[in-house]
Design a protein. Sequence first.
Length: 384
Amino acid sequence: MANVTSLKEQVVERFKRLFDDEPTIVVRAPGRVNLIGEHTDYNDGFVLPMAIDRGVWVALQPREDGKVFVYSADFEDGGEFSLNKLEKGTADSWLEYIKGVAAALHDEGKSLTGWEGVVTGNVPIGSGLSSSAALQIAITQAFAAASDFTWEGTPMAKLVQRVENQWMGVQTGIMDQMISANGSAGNALLIDCRSLETTAVPLPERTAVVVLDTMVRRGLVDSKYNERREQCEAAAAVMGVEMLRDVDLYTFLQKQHLLEPLARQRARHVISENERTLLAAIAMQREDSVGLGALMNASHASLRDDFAVSCDELDIFVEIAQRQAGCFGARMTGAGFGGCAVALISAENITQFTTTVTAEYQAATGKKPNVYVCFPTNGAERVM
């Protein structure tokens, strides 16, 4: 795994080779892992993610012709577009994310300067660690630096969410963008997805967060993500509220008979997950690793059984992790249908845990997983 310093060095070196010049600006934005609070963000609920030490880096320099040229070192592919002609392309390529950010900034009245740059990163694409949000938040930093406008985390997070919803056609919530923009080193971030208020919550001492990548990839555009969102909206309407965030568990139990069985399951997950997320933040503030782990385990069961967004590989990996010595809890993380799980473990068990779960998962599935210990980092920033 490339460390942060080497990623910066790599993107700068690639820029110099490609453009025969030094970049004048380098920016970064992190991926994220969500400790708990899944499929609650687009229901105006609560989430508890942390920005991780994996992210997207951009090295660039402004240009005067109103064009943006970007080279992806990861895809070995480049593309360009004019800031005077921002139209959605026919293919949902990585360049569309960048063009969409430019269009959204233009719509907000920002006077944009063109630039040329190189993008690289180490957030696995399609893994549930929010590579697309990291890319887009990094690109807002790139435009802000090149065009000399003030960059603010929460407004940029809201802008990037609009890009996902309107330009890319994926009805994501606000969590991924908020944590990539506003992450805090050493902390997870409790986010109220209605008010966008955030509270930094430290990880319990002597614990570690381990990401378990199943190597099963999914694309949100092609998954049933949008379908789940529609089901939640329909359940909220039946219960007479704007969002499922407005229903507590007691009220749900009183009114659940009004819902069809499938809608009842979807609503039960969201409503109980909001409660688990708030309890998890309290557990972390009390350094209650056992309590936090139990909530993570319950979250996975709810996502698997009521929200039906897990898959065989995720269930296998979570079960393997949960039975290891030193594991407080584990759950799938991200939208589901593949991607990653996350485990909270005792720091002294890192080596044994990572070695054992890797071997057992590969034996059970025939897939060689990626397993990495992650540390909470700051959100997006200009580093040069």
